[in-house]
Design a protein. Structure first.
Length: 205
């Protein structure tokens, strides 16, 4: 029976995306919806890495499973790095992708195209039952569009145009996004780490 690898998120879009990125590993990947009674931890870190670590350790200790959690968001240069760690609740609580996108467009209404540079950042942390933790970071540079475009993806995908493209993540679709996104890059590194663990176990068994 494969060991469970718990993803510290209830977001079904993110679970599907991360499951695809971790496909083929000798773990049974599951999201938090399999453990609906677990309350969510307070996310009050000042950085993506702090929040990811808090979530990974909390869910690992609460469930007993090896847990992977990430914290990610969009960093806009013209807004001095906002929304940053507040990306998911930029327009207030309860959070809404539509309202968050509307607020970002309002904040950038007077900003010309050349100054709309931004990047997606993802910090992914794995917490093991023995107390070990491991963090990986991925980023993707780009710019903010003047209006929402596309129907694929979630979060700020309809507004973010990755460097080297003219389409938003929501227009490019999951195949391209899973190859170049911040989350793909962070979890690609994390996947290599998990593969090294599996290889080490196989050699010692």
């Amino acid at each position: 029976m494969p060991e469970i690898l718990l993803l510290g998120t209830k977001n079904e879009y993110k679970v599907a995306e991360l499951t695809g990125l971790l496909e083929g590993l000798p773990w049974r990947v599951t999201g938090l919806n399999a453990l609906p009674d677990l309350p969510e931890p307070l996310e009050d870190g000042k950085t993506f890495a702090e929040n990811a670590l808090m979530k990974a350790v909390y869910y690992q200790q609460a469930s007993g499973y090896t847990c992977v959690a990430d914290d990610s968001g969009i960093v806009v240069d013209a807004l001095d790095g906002a929304p940053g760690v507040y990306s998911a609740r930029y327009a207030g609580e309860p959070s809404s992708d539509v309202e968050n996108n509307k607020k970002l467009l309002r904040e950038l209404a007077e900003i010309p195209e050349g100054a709309r540079t931004a990047r997606f950042v993802c910090c992914a942390v794995i917490a093991h039952p023995d107390g070990r933790t491991h963090c990986e970071t991925g980023t993707v540079e780009g710019r903010i569009a003047f209006q929402s475009r596309g129907v694929s993806g979630f979060g700020y995908d309809p507004l973010f145009i990755p460097a080297g493209f003219e389409q938003t993540f929501a227009e490019l679709g999951p195949e391209v996004k899973q190859r170049i996104s911040h989350r793909a890059r962070a979890f690609g590194k994390l996947r290599a780490y998990l593969e090294s663990i599996h290889e080490s176990r196989s050699c010692n068994s």
